[in-house]
Design a binder for this molecule. Sequence first.
Ligand code: DNO
Length: 358
Amino acid sequence: MKMTLRWYGSSHDTVTLEQIRQIPGVTGVITTLYDKQPGDLWTREEIHALRKEVEAAGLKIEGIESVNVSDAIKTGSSEREKDIETYIECLRNLGEEDIHLVCYNFMPVFDWTRTELARKRADGSTVLAYTQAAVDALDPEKMFASIADDTNGTVMPGWEPERMAKVKELFALYQDIDNEKLFENLVYFLERIMPVCREYDIRMAIHPDDPAWPVFGLPRIITSKEKILRLMEAVDDVHNGVTFCSGSYGTNLENDLPDMIRSLKGRIHFAHVRNLKFHSPDNIEEAAQLSSDGTFDMYEIVKALYDIGFDGPIRPDHGRMIWGEKAMPGYGLYDRALGAAYINGLWEAIDKAKKRGI
Ligand code: DNO
């Protein structure tokens, strides 16, 4: 595996490439052109400039998170052909710049959903949290306003204020879209982009829905082993792959994470690793990576990735906010650096035990 950190670009991130470079074992970043809206073209020049900037800091772009998919593609509206053509052009330009991994999601309206961005834990750290009761009590249009004060002045992915201002219209777009229709539109999109992915060896890695169940009655299709395997079979090409996100699939305790990883052998192109602490099945907060700080056995998750021969980029996913840091919720430097060190430690121990036949 290749240890990476997500980086939003110098004009958006509070964390610098120089800081990332000093985390032991981190050799690359997962980045994006953060100002791009779904449906925008990413030019070769823009991608090239980003690549040069990252390389000048001694790091490599290991993948893009995300080239976002437009609502026209997700809903299959009359605009979708134009947007797919643009998406193909983006992929071509990324391939020309030697970038071979693209993470994306197919969630309607909201990307990941949280009801708190700064829940205080016993040790004084703050974390992202989700309670179903809070969602049930909320008008979807007020979702963003309810958490906006805790963003530390940053723009969070999928929660851009311009997008949130149109929430009502967005909901209307999905009015007639059920799970089957959304799945069909996803398969259509993947089939259309597979030729360019094959040409440039670009691995598409779908991010699961977070949380792994319907929110505000919107359809959700990437939530379980059965559903992700169905997608792998529907477009049976290695370039149609997965971002295995333990924190997203893990919101549903019925998802056996190590088993899912094993069943997706060869199709996991990117891994997001993090731990969650469950107070009840629908009151969840993010925890430190250490297994004993949360509910998951992180050793088993990392071991499953090791056992399937996972060699793609991995990143510690959301971190806690600690030591007085002010950053995008989930994306500060300190706890993610601790997370990278922890995952690296697990990996080294698993690797040495295997090689010594322990
Ligand atoms: C949240 C992220 C998601 C993810 C997208 C992928 O922190 O994991 O925003 O990047 O869903 O397109």
